[in-house]
Design a protein. Structure first.
Length: 316
């Protein structure tokens, strides 16, 4: 019940602060647009004034995309048929689970995006932790500036933890334990089930780490804790004392994200189309991005609500 109440309160807090959604969407656009422009330049150089250019302008040309991807270098290698429509979600998920290497430019962009989140996160948590009557003009940006360097340290810790997980843990699980688990098994369906089980364990471990970091950020803002280590320790104590509610909130948020993915899978445009169809595809894609960002903000908002309503001073 506490988890459901915190989740509902989180939805209310996100809905009451549309400016926060706009801020994170703008940050996302500012990071992604230069990448899109760079890929566009490579595409223009590849096509030139050719007949293929006329064909691509009239609609999706999968054969040309496959040929372009085969000869592309760097960031342009990400422009391939697997990014069309809902396939892009599956492509990113596959790269995440299989620890696939991404172009250096994309890694740099991810680092810049992490810095944007480091700047915005303090303001986001402060906004969701503050009642509407207490909101003052300019408070959001002031909180962003106040907590920025604190959250840069959190970003470094997060990058190190996920780097170890993506490198060492993934290698131990899939190159070691998984390889031994499927040794001698010739039934494809059995191998698939074992693979999915390993994926599930891997994701759950990363989710547990993410929860500790999220609540550490919340305690750093709500209680004005300056030490990242102290905040992480306090976060672990809070999660341990409120495990059922924390897990419940996480499951509800994850289910919300699954609903957003399911909705996008139904309306995501396929390849092809010109004119109004292109703009419709852009609108649908941006709507999905906004929905995904709202869910990410819901994680923060519902966790803040749970923390504030759980007798935090008594739980460490």
């Amino acid at each position: 019940m506490r988890a459901f109440a915190a989740w509902c309160d989180g939805i209310r807090r996100v809905a009451s602060a549309p400016g926060v959604v706009v801020a994170v969407w703008v940050a996302t656009a500012l990071v992604s647009v230069p990448l899109a422009v760079a890929v566009r330049t490579d595409i223009m150089h590849s096509l030139g004034p050719s007949m293929a250019a006329d064909g691509v302008a009239r609609g999706m040309n999968y054969e040309w995309m496959e040929e372009f991807a085969a000869h592309a270098r760097g960031l342009a290698t990400t422009f391939r048929p697997t990014i069309v429509g809902f396939n892009a979600v599956l492509d990113n998920l596959s790269a995440y689970l299989d620890n696939e290497r991404r172009p250096f430019a994309l890694v740099v962009a991810a680092g810049v995006y992490m810095l944007c989140w480091a700047f915005l996160s303090g303001g986001v948590i402060d906004r969701y932790a503050t009642t509407k009557d207490a909101i003052q003009s300019g408070r959001f940006l002031a909180a962003c500036r106040r907590y920025f360097f604190r959250f840069v340290r959190f970003a470094i810790v997060t990058a190190l933890v996920y780097g170890v997980a993506a490198g060492l843990l993934h290698r131990l699980m899939f190159d070691g334990a998984y390889a031994r688990a499927i040794r001698g098994i010739n039934v494809e369906s059995t191998v698939f089930v074992i693979r999915v089980a390993f994926y599930l364990v891997f994701v759950l471990l990363l989710a547990a780490v993410g929860l500790v970091i999220d609540f550490a950020k919340i305690r750093a803002v709500v209680e004005d804790r300056r030490s990242v280590i102290v905040a992480l320790t306090a976060s672990w104590r809070f999660i341990r004392h409120n495990a059922a509610a924390v897990i419940g909130v996480y499951v509800l948020n994850a289910a919300t994200f699954a609903l957003v993915l399911a909705a996008y899978s139904f309306v995501a445009p396929g390849g092809g189309g010109t004119g109004a169809m292109v703009w419709a595809a852009v609108f649908i894609g941006q709507a999905y991005i906004v929905g995904r960002l709202c869910v990410r903000l819901l994680f923060f908002a519902s966790e803040v609500a749970l923390f504030q309503n759980s007798g935090r001073r008594l739980s460490g």
